[in-house]
Design a protein around this ligand. Structure first.
Ligand code: CA
Length: 226
């Protein structure tokens, strides 16, 4: 899943990028409200982490712009201003959640994962199809209850497919979620990732199939469900 981190404190921004990448997210960074606005127009993000105190203008204006153009991407606001008044004002401006600095990284990840459980997608902490389960908080896959070792990228791809199990996931969406804007992505990067995940699931003995829907994307389904 691809995230945008809007934070002008370089040290904190790098800390978030490294930590979130280790959790399997692809991360783009913006330092100003202007950078954030253009990134949001260029790409689709699973969620945005938004600092309110930015050098050019208030981060809240980025949020207002997004909601103004009906962009419903979940936004987790970071703020040093801890007062209740600021919190309420921010949530009315369309923020989905709040974290007051300083915060624990684990707390940020937990809030983020909660925001990523969106309507229309499979809800809950554990996603399951046939004998394959994925604990999205613990980042752990299971086959018949047996824990399986998977790479961060395999886990991300599996989560994207499992959240929409039985539905087609567009290839462009998968590409957005797997690779950040800064990565050099070859034309066949998604195909290669899907190929590897199919092999891995087969080795693990998962009774699911990833179907290629030509011109549209990919669909994960119970292999026994026809
Ligand atoms: Ca700041």
């Amino acid at each position: 899943m691809r995230l945008l981190v809007v934070e002008d404190n370089e040290e904190l921004s790098e800390l978030l990028r490294k930590g979130l990448e280790a959790e399997g997210f692809a991360v783009d960074q913006a330092e100003t409200a202007e950078d954030a606005s253009s990134a949001l127009k260029d790409a689709r993000y699973a969620a945005v982490i938004l600092d309110l105190g930015l050098p050019d203008r208030d981060g809240a204006s980025v949020l207002r712009e997004m909601r103004g153009r009906k962009d419903g991407t979940p936004v987790l606001v970071l703020t040093a201003r801890g007062g209740l008044h600021e919190r309420v004002a921010g949530l009315q401006g369309g923020a989905d959640d709040y974290l007051v600095k300083p915060f624990a990284f684990e707390e940020l990840v937990a809030r983020l994962r909660a925001l990523l459980r969106r309507p229309g997608e499979m809800l809950g902490r554990v996603l399951q199809t046939a004998n394959l389960a994925l604990d999205t908080d613990g980042r752990q896959a299971f086959v018949d209850g047996r824990a399986e070792l998977m790479s961060a990228q395999e886990l991300t791809l599996l989560e994207v497919l499992l959240r929409r199990s039985g539905k087609v996931v567009p290839k462009s969406y998968i590409e957005d979620q797997l690779f950040g804007m800064t990565s050099e992505v070859g034309k066949s990067a998604v195909e290669v990732s899907i190929y590897r995940l199919r092999k891995r699931l087969e080795t693990m003995g998962a009774r699911v199939e990833i179907h290629t829907v030509r011109g549209l994307g990919y669909l994960l389904a119970d292999a026994g469900a026809g």
